[in-house]
Design a protein around this ligand. Structure first.
Ligand SMILES: *Cc1c(COP(=O)(O)O)cnc(C)c1O
Length: 413
């Protein structure tokens, strides 16, 4: 009989932490603002933010105070009681967005699950239960639950986990979104997209294309769902990325930056859509618990201060300008600079994983993405000096990579 890991050592080679990640060989011990420190005392400029989560950097005093104050009061009560922090956060998010109502979750995937359930229920309540399918885009990412991997449809996410829920129709990430219309059938419930694709390689959808999608949805009576889990919460210089356009979604998913590092997500909706989610139709044990709400409200306290988004715009301008200069200097490494606000990507000619590893050696944390892209997601509180420090590191990294590239083939020999 096996009683402990020790008894089982001979046959057990798997580490106690399920090895689903290819982890970098560093462990962050603590952080301060834009800087992370590993166990050996090495300092890193964190331009990854734990993948777009620590939007206010490490240990922001407002967040630390909110968390410690709340820790001495109450952590959890259950959604069978009123939670005043939820009412406050929901009211503030509603005041600053299209939304009239929202459901709090612990993660992004749960927010997407809520959005998909809501889209189905909306049509069910409106006498069209046959409308259950959702149109999604090639390269999209919506989470790792069975429904959200099915929503993505990407081979690397779904392989081995079939059969997949047959509820999604996939379309290319069109340059001209009017082509999406031909994928609509009498079964279509919604179109779901990331206004700026994150994992897919930092690909923004233009305001014109968002307008086209909004018009298509209105014409066919279907819902527009925006997954702003990565691009929302100030990342692009507005509270939500679609606010750069004139249109609004029917449902929006937020997470990552909304809790500044504390697990929190939300599914926001208009009244018209939210009304279908009647008592008993959805739930979560932890979703929106008092700890998460204290921190979520503190995140908003910081972001809604005068000038916060202007600062994001300014830092974006400086960083982007520097990166464009680097692209000119290293055209053999950087193919494109793209993105919005402080959600930027470098499309590379070399493997992003090598770039990320080299950056780490130089004390800079960045994150890989699909389409040969390195994601640059600095804390929104970065200063001009820190932008320059990062640009210096980017330059050093590119110079080193260039040295390792084969000699360019010249015609004149
Ligand atoms: C990270 C992410 C998710 C999933 O969020 P989890 O908290 O990991 O469940 C969903 N959609 C987008 C766009 C994301 O970036």
């Amino acid at each position: 009989m096996k009683n402990s890991r020790e008894d089982n050592q001979e046959e057990s080679l798997i580490p106690p932490v399920l090895p689903t990640y290819a982890r970098a060989p560093i462990a962050i011990d603590h952080g301060e603002g834009v800087y992370a420190y590993d166990e050996n005392g090495n300092r890193y400029l964190d331009f990854g933010c734990g993948i777009g989560v620590n939007n206010l950097g490490f240990c922001h005093p407002t967040l630390v105070k909110a968390l410690t104050d709340q820790a001495g009061k109450v952590w959890h009560t259950s959604n069978i009681y009123r939670i005043p922090g939820q009412e406050k956060l929901a009211d503030r998010l509603a005041q600053n967005s299209f939304a009239d109502t929202m459901f709090f979750t612990n993660s992004g995937a749960e927010a997407v699950e809520c959005a998909m359930k809501m889209a189905r229920k909306y049509h069910h309540e409106n006498g069209a239960p046959e409308r259950y399918r959702i149109i999604t885009f090639e390269g999209c990412f919506h989470g790792r639950t069975l429904a959200t991997i099915a929503a993505s449809g990407q081979e690397k996410l779904i392989k081995g986990f079939g059969p997949m829920m047959d509820a999604f129709d996939y379309v290319p990430f069109y340059r001209d979104m009017s082509r999406v219309e031909k994928a609509i059938t009498h079964k279509t419930a919604a179109i779901m997209l990331e206004p700026v694709m994150g994992e897919g390689g930092i690909k923004p959808v233009s305001a014109d294309n968002l307008q086209i999608l909004r018009d298509i949805c209105d014409k066919h009576g279907i819902l527009l769902i925006m997954d702003e889990i990565q691009c929302g919460m100030g990342r692009t210089g507005k509270l939500f990325a679609h606010q750069h356009s004139e249109i609004t979604p029917d449902i929006l998913c937020a997470a990552k930056g909304i809790g500044g590092g504390f697990p929190l997500g939300a599914c926001l909706a208009t009244e018209k859509v939210g009304r279908c989610m009647t008592t008993g139709s959805h739930g979560s044990t932890y979703g929106g618990n008092p700890m998460a709400m204290a921190i979520g409200n503190a995140v908003l306290d910081v972001m809604l201060e005068d000038g916060f988004f202007d600062h994001v715009d300014q830092m974006s301008f400086e960083l982007r300008k520097g990166l464009m200069t680097l692209r000119k200097k290293f055209p053999r490494i950087i193919e494109l600079v793209r993105g919005v606000g402080l959600m930027l990507g470098l499309k590379l000619t070399v493997a992003p994983a090598d770039f990320v590893a080299k950056a780490m050696e130089h004390g800079l944390l960045v994150v890989g993405a699909a389409d040969n892209t390195v994601r640059i997601l600095p804390p929104l509180i970065i200063t001009q000096d820190q932008v320059e420090e990062a640009l210096g590191k980017f330059e050093t990294i590119c110079a080193e990579i260039e040295k390792e590239l084969p000699e360019p083939i010249s015609d004149e020999e």
